[in-house]
Design a protein. Sequence first.
Length: 109
Amino acid sequence: MSRDAGLEELIRQELGERPGLSEKPMFGGLAFLLDGNLLCGARHDGMLVRLGKGNDGWALALAGIELMVMGDRQMNGWVRACEKAYGEDALRRRLISAAIDFVERLPGK
């Protein structure tokens, strides 16, 4: 699968210079980790965002956002935003901010 360099750069801009932030090729794209915990990712087919189980209902109610599925497995607490959704600056910021809020509560790895 091909990566999406443009989306990767958008995510980098949103995340800024944050202590504990790292990047790692995963899932056919580029994953962004915070203190070793998966935070979000960029792939050719959309932006992946970790909101946490039970925290994703608001996002799933929006157009262009769906539950992330890997193979046959539904990834509860993760959403995939299509280009039209993550292309909206305010929505992309809201998704990434919600992911940071969730992941910051997890113990570091």
